[in-house]
Design a protein around this ligand. Structure first.
Ligand code: FES
Length: 665
């Protein structure tokens, strides 16, 4: 007689096992993901399965009523005490007697897919670095003297075939009390990536409380954190705060100079950012209703300067050519190394940096957007104070960063402000009347709606981009970026502004205008961004890209049409310009939830070709050619949006002498 056939769904894995084999053993033999924390003792219920009975023609199997052994005393006790869902069985207790079809419900699967909310096209594979195991440890014996840690190690070896457990002092300090409190039964959280397992936490008895991880995207302006359930992959809480280092300088270079010029400045900034991270962790934990000590693993992405400052490394070398990093490699540390409030032995993985100007945040974007796996040639632009740009497909990826400056974040703009309630974020200008209407953060209504009553306080980065593109579309601005006079444009919203003009965008308190100086600042920023992208395209030997992905919080708010009119990005079909939201944060979350992504990104970062814009003469050429609106140098056929642009020229005006093009510093 042949051995019973076992088919597991949804994996579809199948095979024959000896009669009397438990479902848990069968799953292990056939390589099926079936969870177990208690090691088959019938107390954790992680191994639950749902057997099917009757005929399953699709699978070519008929299952008898008694295909599984009857409910035994252990299962009955669990059912009486904790309750099993109808039809469910404990896989570690139920034995296979004849052909059987077994469904593994999602909560019993060790590795599963987590749907990405931001972009549905790819899901995260759940395979965290943390694993919980329940062990029964032998009590100490006068006749066989050995330490508690040694006995925990042999219990793990005997009961779980786990060898070579590593511990740090923090875990060792609590080991003895925990073992005794649990009456020699404990649940160990093991942190393991490619090396031996490390004890991340230990609880008395069978631990069924929260098991959390935290993905951190540490930006120069804001810090964002996503607290995740490591059992399900679900996001428990997301929150952000301003980087407390802002008080030492808005942009990265001013922080590097603060570190250079001020005795103890680097240490001061390290303390500030670590304190900020600690606050964020406490906020997230309290929002999720869990103690911070249940955070067992963390991942961190950031730009090179933040990387050095948070780790306590002086960023001095990053302030001068050749911008050498202390290390570009990924780091596997503990949260305690950065004084973060988490489990005392929680892991901390810092993603690798790509180069001295292209940080772990860009590596996280690469992990999230996977340009190396793209079939289409994909340009990914993460817009911030420094734009980080990736271009690639089919295994080849190039990267560079471009000094866009803070104009895209609303700095250097006369009415500029950060993206906060009251900031104009959307602009439309009627082509005939040249009358604008705006929408501000915090309101769903346009300003021409009678019900609109939100205060308008300034204009943020996406708002100024739309305003300038709309002004260009309405013929208020010529291709060189010059605003025409009231007489030239026929618009009474054009106001004299010294020797140039300004456009009245919002007539209220405060009055918000777009000045020629604002346009110059945006022209510089967008020319730098475009020149970086164009340089990568040169290196790739191409004049066009198939797809453009705008990453970052700012990228999420830019309308593709306006970005194309402005010439921020190479010309493309607007339908192929998409936003990836906070791709760096998503990359940090992938690294947290799927440990196999860590060696993957480390390998990709080594393969990425780094282009240094500062030493490329072509960068300057592209920059100069890219300051027109849209770029006069863009060699591609005009898109529909651009083809409709009027072609006014205000060069004959009194402002012609100010039309000198500027180069980046
Ligand atoms: Fe824990 Fe079955 S493995 S109850």
């Amino acid at each position: 007689m042949t051995d019973p056939l076992v088919i597991f769904t949804p994996s579809g894995k199948r095979g024959h096992v000896a009669p009397g084999t438990t479902v848990l053993e069968a799953a292990r033999q056939l390589g099926v993901d079936l969870d177990s924390v208690c090691g088959g003792r019938g107390i954790c219920s992680k191994c639950q399965i749902q057997p099917g009975t009757g005929a399953f023609p699709k699978h070519g199997i008929t299952v008898a009523q008694d295909a599984l052994s009857e409910v035994n005393a252990v299962e009955q006790r669990y059912d009486d005490k904790r309750g099993l869902k109808p039809g469910r069985r404990l896989g570690c207790q139920a034995r296979i007697q004849s052909d059987i079809l077994l469904d593994v419900p999602p909560e019993s699967q060790l590795h599963r897919q987590v749907i990405r909310k931001e972009a549905a096209q790819r899901d995260i594979h759940l395979d965290p670095a943390i694993r919980l195991v329940y062990v029964e440890v032998t009590q100490p014996d006068m006749h066989d003297p050995s330490g508690d840690l040694e006995r925990l190690r042999s219990a793990l070896r005997d009961q779980w075939q786990i060898e070579d457990l590593q511990t740090d002092l923090a875990s060792l300090k609590t080991l003895q009390t925990t073992l005794r409190k649990g009456n020699w039964s404990v649940t160990a959280a093991l942190h393991q990536t490619d090396g031996p397992p490390r004890l991340a936490a230990l609880w008395p008895g069978l631990y069924e409380g929260p098991v959390a991880g935290l993905a951190i995207d540490l930006g120069s302006t804001t810090i964002a954190g996503h607290l995740c359930d490591l059992r399900t992959g679900a996001v428990l809480a997301s929150s952000g705060l301003m980087n407390p280092q802002i008080r030492f300088g808005e942009d990265l270079m001013s922080r590097v100079s603060y570190a250079m010029m001020t005795e103890g400045g680097a240490e001061e900034m390290t303390r500030a950012v670590r304190d900020g991270l600690a606050d964020l962790i406490r906020t997230l934990a309290s929002e999720a209703g869990i103690p911070p000590e249940t955070i067992l693993d963390l991942t961190l992405v950031c730009n090179p300067v933040m990387h050095h400052l948070v780790l306590g490394i002086d960023p001095y070398e990053l302030g001068q050519a050749p911008f050498a990093l202390a290390t570009a490699d990924a780091l596997t540390l503990t949260a305690a190394n950065l004084d973060l409030p988490a489990a005392p032995s929680a892991g901390l993985y810092v993603l690798p940096c790509i180069a001295g100007h292209v940080g772990a945040d860009a590596a996280a974007v690469a992990l999230s957007e996977a340009p190396d796996r793209a079939e289409d040639l994909t340009l990914i632009v993460d817009v911030g104070t420094n734009a980080e740009i990736l271009l690639g497909h089919k295994g080849r990826v190039l990267a560079c960063s471009s000094p866009t400056g803070p104009a895209f974040e609303g700095a250097q703009i006369s009415a500029g402000q950060r993206a906060a309630p009251g900031a104009i974020e959307r602009v439309e200008i009627a082509p005939l009347t040249r009358i604008p209407r705006v929408r501000v953060i915090g309101s769903d209504l346009w300003s021409d709606d009678p019900a609109f009553d939100h205060p308008v306080t300034g204009i943020c980065g996406s708002g100024i981009i739309e305003a300038i593109a709309e002004m260009r579309r309405a013929g208020l601005l010529d291709a060189s970026g010059l605003i025409g006079s009231a007489a030239q444009t026929g618009s009474d919203r054009i106001l004299p502004d010294g020797r140039t003009h300004a456009y009245l965008l919002h007539d209220g308190e405060p009055r918000i205008t777009v000045t020629n100086a604002d346009i110059r600042a945006i022209q510089m920023a967008k020319a730098a961004l475009y020149a970086g992208a164009r340089l990568l395209m040169d290196k790739f030997g191409t004049d066009s890209v198939d797809r453009i992905v705008l990453a970052g919080a700012f990228g999420a708010h830019i309308s593709p049409d306006h970005a194309l009119i402005l010439g921020m990005i190479p010309d493309a079909d607007p339908a192929q310009v998409t936003s990836a939201g906070n791709a760096a944060g998503t990359g940090a979350r992938i690294a947290l939830l799927d440990k196999s992504s860590r060696p993957r990104i480390e390998k990709l970062v080594r393969q990425i070709e780094k282009i240094e814009t500062a030493i490329e003469p072509r960068f300057q050429e592209h920059f100069v050619a890219a300051s027109a609106i849209p770029n006069s140098a863009d060699p591609f056929p005009l898109t529909r949006a651009r083809a409709a642009l009027p072609e006014p020229s205000f060069q004959a005006g009194a402002d012609a002498s100010r039309r000198r093009r500027r180069r980046p510093a």
